[in-house]
Design a protein around this ligand. Structure first.
Ligand code: KIV
Ligand code: ZN
Length: 385
């Protein structure tokens, strides 16, 4: 089994979600939970962005052990120094440098030539390597970077001492096979030695998880993800979706992570509560409906054998409470009778049949019938109106 490192950027790219701003205390709480989830790297922030971000990275680097703590930095000496000072108390400090390499970014944003970019990559990576042993270099907007130029950039970064090369699909533009091809072709053109390759995908076309999985098939060593898929614009590849896909299809991917998947539900809830980013009910793995079955046919199937309609055991991701069967107008008798029993009632067949009829009438008036509604129906049936 090949090991895949999980680089969590919930506290950096995730915090770049519009409207999200976390205090140092909140970030520390999330970082502690990410350590329990056993991610390999926590990108705790962008130290040079503000005194608050610096303090958060430094506090996490001091307090959260057993995991590498990283700060983002632009490819400048000032940013690198701030990142170094902030993450230096970590057992395994890491600096994550980035510089844009696509023509559109170099021309309009950086106003730099290709040669100038190559020179800056070289000097920034060398400067950072003199501070910490672990330096990651990201070629921002690599997905739209001319491939021959990308090869030159990576060669320079590797020669300057980068430990990880990240090819971010910054604007979520690539299709899975195109993204995978970039890693395959890069390995053919650059002698990487011990240098790791990393994938970082955005979800503008809803392909972030698919692209991340394609990169793993193309043998990247690390993936950059966020909890609940939060992040700039449409967000980043979601940690929980990537992790569960790898677990369920382990035979196909032949990779392992050190994640404790049973911490996923708890981490998701914490991130949602502290960021204020509500998890959509139909979100894979962690949405409220991810393990809920409404139609009678599905409910009957799941009651007979869970795997008829469930590929993920909710317990795998730490969901222990039984919220599987949602009662609504599509629910069948079996599910309804079982639910009444779970509420603690053993009723005669006739009471049950009558109750089921009343329940169906109520469903035509209400989209979702709650336990309180059912208890009221039972009261009516047993003790009169
Ligand atoms: O999406 C991106 O390009 C980034 C970089 C800073 C790595 O987040
Ligand atoms: Zn990003």
């Amino acid at each position: 089994m090949r090991h895949i490192q999980i680089f969590d950027t919930t506290l950096r790219d995730g915090e770049q979600s519009p409207g999200v701003s976390l205090t140092t205390g909140e970030k520390l709480e999330i970082a502690r939970q990410l350590a329990r989830l056993r991610v390999d790297v926590i990108e705790a922030g962008y130290a040079a962005a503000s005194p608050g971000d610096f303090a958060a990275v430094q506090t996490i680097a001091r307090e959260v052990k057993g995991v590498s703590i990283c700060s983002l930095a632009r490819a400048t000496e000032n940013d690198i120094m701030r990142a170094y000072e902030a993450c230096q108390p970590s057992d395994a400090p890491r600096i994550h440098l980035f510089l844009a390499t696509s023509d559109v970014h170099m021309q309009h944003k950086l106003r730099m030539t290709r040669d100038q970019v190559l020179q800056q990559v070289d000097s920034a990576v060398r400067f950072a390597r003199a501070k910490v042993p672990y330096v990651e270099f990201s070629a921002e907007d690599s997905g739209r970077t001319d491939f021959d130029f990308l090869v030159e950039v990576v060669k320079v970064a590797v020669a300057a001492g980068a430990s990880v090369i990240n090819l971010p699909d910054t604007v979520g533009y690539l299709l899975p096979h195109e993204y995978a091809q970039r890693f395959v072709r890069l390995r053919e053109r650059v002698d990487l030695g011990n240098v790791l390759l990393s994938a970082h995908c955005h979800d503008d076309l809803g392909l972030a998880v698919a692209n991340t999985l394609a990169a793993i098939e193309a043998s990247v060593d690390q993936v950059e993800v966020t909890m609940n898929g939060i992040g700039e614009r449409a967000g980043n590849a979601s940690l929980e979706e990537v992790a569960v896909a790898l677990k369920l299809r382990q035979e196909q991917y032949k990779v392992e992570t050190r994640l404790d998947l049973s911490q996923i539900a708890r981490t998701s809830k914490l991130v949602s509560r502290l960021t204020g980013m509500v998890v959509p009910a139909n979100k894979a793995v962690v949405g409220a409906n991810a393990f809920a079955h409404e139609s009678g046919i599905h409910q009957d199937g799941v009651l007979k054998e869970r795997t008829t309609y469930e590929i993920i055991n909710p317990e795998l991701v730490g969901i222990t409470e039984n919220k599987q069967l949602v009662l609504g107008k599509h629910s069948g008798r079996h599910a309804f009778f079982k639910h009444v029993e779970e509420l603690g009632y053993t009723l005669s067949d006739q009471d049950m049949q009558d109750l089921f009829k009343r329940f169906k009438d109520l469903c035509d008036k209400k989209k979702q019938v709650t336990d309180e509604d059912i208890l009221a129906l039972i009261d009516e049936r047993l003790y009169g109106e």
